[in-house]
Design a protein around this ligand. Sequence first.
Ligand code: IMP
Ligand code: MG
Length: 172
Amino acid sequence: MPQLRPVLSAAEIALKVKQIGAQISADYQGRDLVLVAVLKGAFIFLADLVRHLTVPVKIDFLQAASYGGATRSSGKVDLVKPIGIDIRGRDVLLVEDIVDTGLTVVRILDYLRSHAPRSLKLCTLIDKRERREAKVPIDYAGHTCEKGFLVGYGLDYAEDYRYLDGIFQLQP
Ligand code: IMP
Ligand code: MG
């Protein structure tokens, strides 16, 4: 059984999500905001985030090919579920669970940009920096760390641990 080292408690996450929600609400007042969340990892973050917003939003999801059982991005990213609503001319905010190498969000941002949104920004719960390979502009981040494989609050390892209310580092 792998060990889990606590990184963020449920209360710490709640505070960070509340702060990001306030920032986004201030920045998007009077705009036409669409949140596009990346399945599956961002589902809990998105659900909590939207309840802290004071601006109206539309919500959509897309899904990129997952890790399987490995703990490192393959670099080859396939979109397995495209967006379902028209984002042309709208303000789009991509909501991710974690940016690691950055290859996944770069691919997704390119895809979203091809649908001609009015603006496009990135919000990630976790900005994990050490393995970054692509230059990624992160507009909103809840928590920054250097390394380690994190699980809980939507984040999985081989589909396990998503249900945990805190975030933990998986110890090898
Ligand atoms: P990237 O393409 O290397 O930035 O990886 C991004 C994707 O890999 C994220 O959307 C996650 O699904 C997954 N991932 C990267 N690091 C972790 C982690 O520490 N825990 C869980 N999933 C991760
Ligand atoms: Mg993901």
